[in-house]
Ligand binder design. Structure first.
Ligand SMILES: Cc1cc2nc3c(=O)[nH]c(=O)nc-3n(C[C@H](O)[C@H](O)[C@H](O)COP(=O)(O)OP(=O)(O)OC[C@H]3O[C@@H](n4cnc5c(N)ncnc54)[C@H](O)[C@@H]3O)c2cc1C
Length: 412
């Protein structure tokens, strides 16, 4: 019997994992990207498999912080004012998700997939012989002020409610775990079930090699349109056109623009984020990633050095980099850790974000055979394998034990 052909457009971590999971279900899969697999946003993240990141960005507390955020006074968000008018429809949807009831519902939906995410990576990592990239030491949310540490009760209640394993650490216990942090921190939350990846680019490469090793095809092409062709789909690129039975759009932050000519508007933005690598002084090191909650940064020990990553920049997708946040957080990071000198250039990535902070997994309404797997925001590395698995199951007509409605593009 002829196998159904699928083109997965976009070979970030989400596209690669989706391609593997579709292969598992017998589809004949071609993965298309304009660059090396895993070399866009999936290259430069903090490498955290963040099972505990169940709190949506659209949270009721945003209202308390609104003036700070709009005034660009926070370290974790930076806004390009000239882009604001274009973002207003998205911001309106985002704010509509900050009611307590929507926040709780969205938290449930995130937890339903996050609680399977680390196990899904573990399985795939084992299949690909990439165990050396996986570190199982949890990660730390660290607090400078006593008041912020006390206010973290809200977070730990959420963890308890959703069964996320954690331990509270005093300043002394934190020092025992991470002796090279300066003693400026009042306490920490150790999310023990979180894992991390020491080289996200190498992980994407291992997964992509595994896909090819099982007969998958990877093509380097810049896609400029996806159009219906009878009951099939045509993928048009500057390097030629091909037809497939189905197409999956996994183009991360670039997924919305390819859909526009089809008359479908996906509310998706690229929340930009920066990183830089450092070689710490006197061979200092961290044993696991840390998130300095008040400092608004993450430092992750990686093969390439200690990677300092920033929060969100709300700006036009393709406007030139403005690493304001990196410049703001670097001195804060130096205050907490002997960061040393930088050993890489500044890198810019684009988190594909939705207004409810929930990924989009499912068939595009009104376009039979055209599927979406995108919108993974801050947790796309974490969710790659589980999202791919859910997508492939749905495309095969399997009933999932997870209610897929909250992830469907039909919700917009
Ligand atoms: C600073 C930072 C830190 C982060 N830290 C973490 C973390 O610790 N843990 C976590 O889980 N997540 C983290 N994330 C988020 C995570 O990196 C993203 O959610 C994830 O990489 C998105 O993967 P993706 O495959 O959807 O997109 P991408 O990796 O961006 O892949 C999309 C692909 O589509 C391709 N493409 C686009 N347009 C076209 C076209 N026209 N033709 C052909 N190909 C095209 C691109 O080349 C690209 O390869 C972080 C993100 C940032 C920016």
């Amino acid at each position: 019997m002829k196998r159904e052909s699928v083109c997965v457009a976009g070979a970030g971590i989400v596209g690669i994992c989706s391609a593997i999971k579709l292969q598992d279900r017998g589809f004949s899969v071609t993965l298309v990207d304009r660059q090396e697999p895993g070399s866009a946003t999936s290259y430069g993240n903090a490498g955290v498999l963040a099972n505990g990141s169940i709190a949506p960005e659209a949270a009721p507390e945003i209202w308390r912080r609104l003036f700070e955020l709009l005034g660009n006074r926070s370290v974790d968000v930076h806004l390009h004012y000239r882009h604001l008018p274009h973002m207003l429809p998205y911001i309106a949807r985002f704010l509509a998700n900050t009611t307590q009831s929507r926040y709780s519902k969205n938290t449930e939906s995130l937890n339903a997939i996050l609680n399977r995410a680390v196990a899904a990576h573990r399985d795939l990592i084992r299949q690909c012989d990439a165990d050396h990239l996986l570190k199982e030491r949890g990660w730390l949310k660290i607090y400078r002020s006593e008041s912020a540490y006390r206010n973290s009760d809200e977070l730990t209640s959420l963890y308890e409610h959703h069964g996320i394993a954690y331990r509270r650490l005093s300043a002394t216990e934190l020092h025992e775990l991470e002796p090279d942090l300066y003693p400026i921190y009042n306490g920490a939350i150790w999310v023990t079930g979180t894992a991390s990846i020491s080289d996200p680019a190498a992980l994407s490469k291992s997964y992509a090699d595994y896909f090819v090793g099982r007969g998958g095809i990877i093509e380097t092409k810049t896609i400029h349109a996806i159009t219906p062709s009878g009951d099939r789909w045509r993928v048009l690129s500057y390097q030629g056109h091909s037809e497939y039975d189905r197409v999956v759009i996994a183009m991360g932050a670039w997924s919305a623009s390819i859909l526009k000519p089809l008359g479908y508007r996906l509310p998706l933005i690229g929340e930009r984020g920066y990183h830089r690598h450092y070689q710490p002084d006197n061979n200092a090191s961290l044993n696991r990633p840390i998130h300095d909650v008040e400092g608004g940064f993450v430092i992750a020990p990686m093969k390439a050095g200690h990677r300092l990553t920033t929060g969100d920049e709300w700006a036009a997708l393709d406007s030139p980099p403005t690493p304001v946040q990196l410049h703001k957080v670097e001195p804060l990071a130096r205050h907490g850790f002997p960061l040393g000198s930088h050993c890489s250039d500044v890198w810019l990535g684009h988190r594909p974000a939705t207004p409810d902070s929930i990924p989009v997994i499912g068939e595009v309404p009104g376009h039979r055979g055209l599927w979406l797997v995108t919108g993974h925001g801050h947790i796309g590395l974490t969710l790659g394998p589980i999202s791919g698995q859910l997508l492939a199951a749905e495309m095969s007509g399997e009933l999932s034990d997870i209610d897929m409605r909250p992830y469907s593009p039909a919700r917009f």
